[in-house]
Design a binder for this molecule. Structure first.
Ligand SMILES: Nc1ncnc2c1ncn2[C@@H]1O[C@H](COP(=O)(O)OP(=O)(O)O)[C@@H](O)[C@H]1O
Ligand SMILES: [Mg+2]
Length: 297
């Protein structure tokens, strides 16, 4: 670990406490192949890691390295081709209420009010209907949106919708919250508020978070550990520990530890060290066909 020796003692102690907690999510030799011509696409190859109770794990890597495939496979929305995923020791074989999900594109039911959306999560968590309303209102209180209980999703801003999506996911009392670039569609000010807000919720709710992002600053700000993937096929490049104390305010980006970690990640991802040889072949000159303002990432 290149900057392990510069880890402040308080952070080392906190990470030790974290690793002493039980493993909630265990990924062992996970592979995912999408069928297709020429043997298909190996999207994930031999991914293994453990995530502990109350850990905040971020996953970063260049476009196409398998981040979304990883989170969808953890969610049980895709089958794995080899290896296994365990949540508290039980093998994942499909979606389940032990894993909550918040994805980039708002996943609220547009025909249900905010309260009913959250009640859906509460009922997923096994609470009977008559108790669900009260619990849903408590969750709306926690996220500061009680006033919008009777509103519909289209009446909310993007950030508010994602707050409701987080509340709905957590209301089902999952063991792991899976998030795939949940804030990337938001403007930068709203995104910063949502990051602070998520850290606040995470402090209050004992949840393990796996958070996919392509934003290195976001990963360093949020994570205890960062899993760096490399493409072609998607493999683990490094699993690094973030040398920053908590709580973390917005000014943490000015700290030496933040900048060092950010630089290290940037070098890993942009050095080309993670590229498979075939990625070195120059790209053909493909006309953009009007896609310039619709980038893949
Ligand atoms: N449903 C699918 N069918 C075939 N190939 C897929 C499918 N989903 C993803 N892939 C391929 O798997 C690789 C990883 O994709 P993805 O997980 O979306 O990466 P990321 O989220 O890191 O950008 C890419 O090569 C992509 O083309
Ligand atoms: Mg993706």
């Amino acid at each position: 670990m290149p900057f392990g020796h510069e880890m402040p003692p308080a952070v080392t102690a906190r990470l030790q406490r974290m690793k002493a907690r039980e493993v909630v999510l265990s990924v062992r030799g996970l592979c995912k192949v999408f069928d297709g011509p020429d043997g298909g696409t190996v999207a994930l190859q031999d991914i293994s890691f453990d995530t502990h109770r109350r850990e905040f794990l971020c996953v970063v890597g260049p476009s196409g390295c398998g981040k979304s495939t990883l989170v969808r496979t953890l969610a049980g929305l895709e089958d794995s081709s080899a290896g296994e995923i365990l949540v508290e020791g039980s093998r994942v074989s499909g979606p389940g209420s032990d894993r909550g999900m918040v994805f980039q594109n708002y996943t609220l039911f547009p025909w249900l009010t905010v309260k009913r959306n959250v009640m859906f999560g509460v009922e997923m968590g096994g609470q009977p209907r008559h108790a669900a309303e009260r619990t849903a209102l408590q969750w709306l209180g926690l996220i500061g949106l009680e006033r919008f209980a009777e509103s519909y999703p289209h009446q909310l801003s993007g950030g508010m919708k994602q707050r409701v999506a987080i509340a709905r996911a957590l209301a089902a009392q999952p063991r792991v919250l899976l998030m795939d670039k949940p804030f990337s569609a938001l403007d930068s000010q709203t995104r910063a508020r949502m990051q602070a807000y998520l850290l606040e919720v995470w402090r209050k709710v004992p949840i393990t978070i796996v958070f996919i992002t392509h934003d290195l600053d976001e990963a360093v700000l949020l994570a205890d550990r960062i899993l760096v993937l490399k493409p072609g096929p998607g493999r683990m490049q490094e699993l690094l520990e973030v040398p920053l104390t908590r709580p973390r305010g917005a000014d943490i980006v000015e700290s030496a530890g933040f900048r060092r970690t950010r630089r290290h990640l940037h070098a890993l991802i942009h050095s080309g060290a993670g590229m498979a040889p075939e990625d070195d072949v120059p790209l053909p000159n493909i006309p953009l066909l009007g896609m310039a303002d619709d980038p893949v990432e």
